[in-house]
Design a protein around this ligand. Sequence first.
Ligand SMILES: [Zn+2]
Length: 102
Amino acid sequence: MWSKFNSERESMAKIFCPHCHEPVAIRTSQQITNTTREIYTNCDNEKCLARPVFTLSHSHDTQPPISKIMEPAQIAINFLDSLPEDQKQKVFASYEFLKRSA
Ligand SMILES: [Zn+2]
């Protein structure tokens, strides 16, 4: 279900000049916050030669990091822990019933 990025098959995204729309070269970058970076670029189009600066921020993930994935058993334990005591006892009682009938 979780896939690993394959750099041989998938190419990196390009950044385009906002003035002439040609690809720009990344010159340097500076960390602004934990999740935001300013990217300093050069446009090599001889008719443009702009030096655009871009802001790169983390927006969301299409796949969570492995460290954030909870095992189904842990999800169940967290759910049981969140229940009031009487509800928890009902779940345990029905589980005991299922164990006896198996
Ligand atoms: Zn340009």
